[in-house]
Design a protein around this ligand. Structure first.
Ligand code: DPP
Ligand code: ZN
Length: 852
């Protein structure tokens, strides 16, 4: 295995002043001519010129300043021109290659999607287009000429020439190759115009396939909101005359921030009330913003090397989270983000794939586009902001943009900006970037009554379990936001952030009248696992009185978990959760979206993770049964209230995806999910037949499938939407996620036989395989059917599209948690994949990390 190490970084020995590219597009044989205007970084140092290349490149010709280099040296897929053959002055290296976009099923580099040419170059896709220094610290302006008879020809930057069969684009902003993009196809556009804060006009275009234009409006509105927000909040303006977004059906990731030409998975662009759910709308808005925000955090300032990926991703996720908080509900957004963090990142941190936010070793960088780099990377910035304060954060960001604009930067650069702004030493804080694993934080309370007022001491201990390659973890800086609530429910001390830096540390609150209840880790101020001695009555008290919405939700969550853990381990549960949740559901002063989150029980995966973190062996079937049972108890105890809520939360009038109506629908659906446990699915059946939007229709369908009466609804949905790929993805997915666990793998197998299971389409593949992985007890079925089905398909996919196979293999990452029988079956599946002939570097690295 060829690993790359952070410690081995060396600057590229050449500077690139200009990249000229010319494409003659043809599906089976596209010619790419390049002219790289290079000069030695140090004319006195004789260095070989090394260009990255990919397997699919056929070299036609290579020349230096017009003189052919007949037989250049090849080292693996690289091209090497010996130092002795290079002048100690600027020179132009020209190259012509032929590539086959039609054969490109990996969707990396230049490929075809439904007759449309498009590209994906992050992280290392450009080397499949031509020989190039394909690393993020080599930046250049680009001039691109595209020759093709297709009507729409796009690349980065501004259009400079358009004539029959030819378009020319010029991107003046130096950029690394991973931000290159090209699109050519038969597309239609919706357009708008945006005037920046300083008065420059920008043409905005969203390009889609003919017929899809009616579903592109929300993406455009979201883009305009994002552009305005980045000006108002970060002082960042757009910097080209045109901003293009293209929707593509075959796309490995969610979307890509190519300079001036963002390319999106069509599921993150196309939406109508009939086809997209509220969650889809919210995600479209967030991802449009995310990719737009990359223009400054990622493009203008990029990463020195791929170890620094969190520099742009953590920051840009943090920014898109702020944006959504500002536009929608900040508390609801925070709870959603923490839920996602726990479900994906804590899980990753707990298992064999744990890695630091800034890894220092990889074999295949595509395997590190992870929840740790993205979501934990954003959490780290949230902590930093909390520690330095909002004003200092804003000054630090201004300095960051000032100091590093046009550069390829590092995490050290990022932290130095904060040190220079605030005078703080961030050496210890940096461990959040270099050390993997989720810290466990234990809180003990010591109360001393006294005549001059009582004293409360909070004693904290932190400890981070070992992760692969990192056994000892020194203590980290942990910001712990705390508030105190008096016995009558009033807050006696507002939120204060305790800054923990030692392995064990105490903080004291003086002059208290009576012993308060501690509201700890408000706003989830640090990505840690907090444990404390607390009884259910105190949790119920916090659920009723906490002024911090996150902590309030968390108290209800903990109550539910406590009941579920008891039931999953065969102990009797107290009824506190059932009772407290009823009070909250009835609380009309609270935001419906918040109440919906409180009514939603923790998922089976979350319960398994909590059990494992506490040293127990989770039993997926017992967890499933316990959760079903608790849901039924809640429904029975509050049937009338839930039924009233279900009726009252119906949203009259035309559909709007805004947070208000979406929150009402969320509460309605949460009530429906519980009621379905006792009404046999009658309400869901009515709702499926009458709903005027996809949000309620999908919720109803899922309920019906869970009750074993989904057949007619599934047929109706398929008949109506057979031609809509995105809706059909949902159709595939829901049948597996909502399937009874003991049948989930068999249902997935049957679905995979269908002619419309177009498995090479990443969305369709993810819908089915990801659907099974999301069915916790189904994927972990005791007979191993879930593991086998998944392994079979990952092996098949690996030959076509290694990125997708490797990404989906994370379904297995939790295997060490389970019982010996399941562990044996999962390991057998992993070994079978490892032994596959011709396994990709991507999948091989993942599987070997999981087996190790
Ligand atoms: N860089 C993309 C993003 O925005 C992923 N390819 O996250
Ligand atoms: Zn990103």
């Amino acid at each position: 295995p060829i690993a790359q190490y952070l410690a081995d970084y060396r600057p590229y020995p050449f500077l690139l002043d200009l990249t000229e590219l010319r494409f003659d597009l043809a599906p089976r044989g596209t010619r790419v001519q390049s002219a790289l205007h290079l000069r030695p970084r140090d004319p006195a140092a004789a260095e070989d010129l090394v260009l990255d290349g990919g397997a699919g490149l056929r070299l036609i010709g290579l020349a230096l300043d017009g003189t052919a280099i007949p037989a250049p040296r090849r080292e693996g897929e690289r091209l090497v021109i010996a130092a002795a053959d290079l002048p100690a002055r600027p020179f132009v290296l020209s190259c012509e290659v032929e590539i086959d976009p039609d054969a490109n099923t990996a969707f990396e580099g230049l490929y075809l999607s439904g007759g449309m040419f498009c590209t994906q170059c992050e992280a290392e896709g450009f080397r499949h287009i031509t020989f190039y220094p394909d690393r993020p610290d080599v930046m250049a302006p680009f001039r691109v000429t595209i020759r093709s008879d297709l009507p729409v020809l796009l690349s980065n930057g501004n259009p400079v020439r358009r004539e029959a069969g030819l378009a020319e684009w010029h991107d003046p902003w130096p950029k690394p190759a991973y931000l290159f993009a090209l699109v050519a196809g038969d597309l239609v556009v919706i357009s708008d115009r945006y005037t920046t804060a300083s008065g420059r006009a920008v043409d905005l275009n969203v390009w889609v396939r003919p017929g899809d234009q009616d579903r592109a409006g929300y993406a455009m509105e979201s883009l305009v909101r994002a552009m305005r927000w980045d000006e108002e909040v970060y002082g960042r303006e757009y910097d080209l005359d045109v901003f293009n977004i293209v929707a593509v059906d075959d796309f490995n990731m969610g979307a890509m921030e190519n300079k001036g030409l963002n390319i999106f998975n069509s599921k993150l662009v196309l939406a109508s009330p009939e086809t997209a759910t509220d969650a889809d709308y919210e995600r479209i808005e967030a991802v449009i913003a995310h990719e737009y925000f990359h223009n400054w955090t990622g493009n203008r300032i990029t990463c020195r090397d791929w170890f620094q990926l969190c520099l742009k991703e953590g920051l840009t996720v943090f920014r898109d989270q702020q944006f959504t908080s500002d536009l929608r509900s900040a508390p609801v957004k925070r709870i959603e983000d923490v839920r996602a963090l726990r479900a994906r990142q804590f899980r990753e941190d707990q298992g064999p794939l744990a890695h630091p936010v800034r890894p220092d070793r990889y074999e295949e960088i595509n395997n590190f586009y992870t929840a740790t780099v993205y979501e934990k990377g954003a959490e780290v910035i949230g902590m930093l902001r909390r520690l330095v304060g909002d004003a200092a954060y804003a000054r630090a960001l201004d300095l960051y943009f000032d100091r590093h604009d046009g550069e390829a930067a590092t995490i050290e650069d990022w932290l130095r900006v904060f040190e220079d702004t605030t005078g703080r030493d961030l050496a210890q804080f940096k461990r959040w970037y270099t050390d993997a694993g989720t810290p466990h934080l234990e809180m003990t309370e010591i109360w001393e009554a006294g005549s001059d007022g009582g004293r409360l001491t909070l004693d904290f201990r932190q400890h981070t379990p070992p992760t692969p390659g990192q056994d000892d973890k020194p203590p980290r800086v942990i910001p712990i936001a705390v508030g105190l609530i008096g016995p009558n429910g009033d807050e006696v001390a507002g939120t204060r952030t305790l800054e923990m830096t030692e392995a064990r540390q105490s903080f004291t609150f003086e002059g208290l009248g009576a012993r308060p209840v501690v509201s700890a880790l408000r706003g989830f101020s640090a990505p840690v696992i907090l444990s404390r001695q607390i009884d259910d009555a105190t949790r119920a008290f916090l659920l009723a009185h906490d002024t911090d919405p996150f902590a309030r939700w968390e108290a209800g969550r903990d109550l539910a978990i406590s009941a579920l853990l008891a039931a999953a381990q065969g102990r009797a549960a107290a009824g506190d959760h059932v009772e407290a949740i009823g009070r909250l559901a009835a609380d009309e002063a609270a935001d419906p979206a918040f109440r919906a989150l409180c009514l939603t029980l923790p998922g089976e995966e979350e319960i398994a993770a909590r059990l494992a973190a506490g040293g127990a062996v989770p039993d997926p079937d017992a967890i499933h049964a316990a959760r079903e049972d608790l849901a039924r108890q809640v429904a029975e105890a509050h049937a009338a209230l839930l039924s009233d809520l279900y009726d009252a939360m119906a949203v009259p009038g035309a559909y709007s995806p805004d947070a208000g109506p979406a929150g009402r629908r969320a509460l309605r659906i949460a009530a429906l999910g519980l009621l379905t446990r006792i009404d046999g699915g009658d309400r869901a059946e009515v709702l499926f037949g009458t709903a005027g939007n996809m949000t309620e229709r999908m919720a109803a369908l899922s309920c019906l499938i869970r009750r074993g009466r989904g057949q007619a609804a599934l047929a109706a949905l398929r008949d109506r939407f057979a031609d809509n790929r995105l809706v059909m993805d949902k159709w595939f997915s829901v049948q597996v996620t909502a399937a009874p666990p003991d049948r989930a793998a068999a249902i997935a197998r049957d679905l995979a036989e269908r002619p419309d299971f177009d498995w090479k389409n990443p969305n369709r593949f993810r819908a089915l395989l990801g659907g099974l992985a999301a069915n916790h007890a189904g994927f972990h079925a005791a007979d191993g059917a879930g593991y086998d089905f998944t392994a079979d398909w990952l092996m098949r996919m690996d030959a076509a599209n290694p990125q997708i196979a490797a990404r989906m293999s994370t379904a297995f990452e939790t295997w060490p948690r389970y019982d010996a029988a399941r562990r044996g079956l999962a390991q057998a599946a992993l070994r079978r994949m490892a032994a596959m002939e011709g396994i990709s570097r991507n999948l091989r690295e993942m599987v070997s990390r999981m087996i190790a």
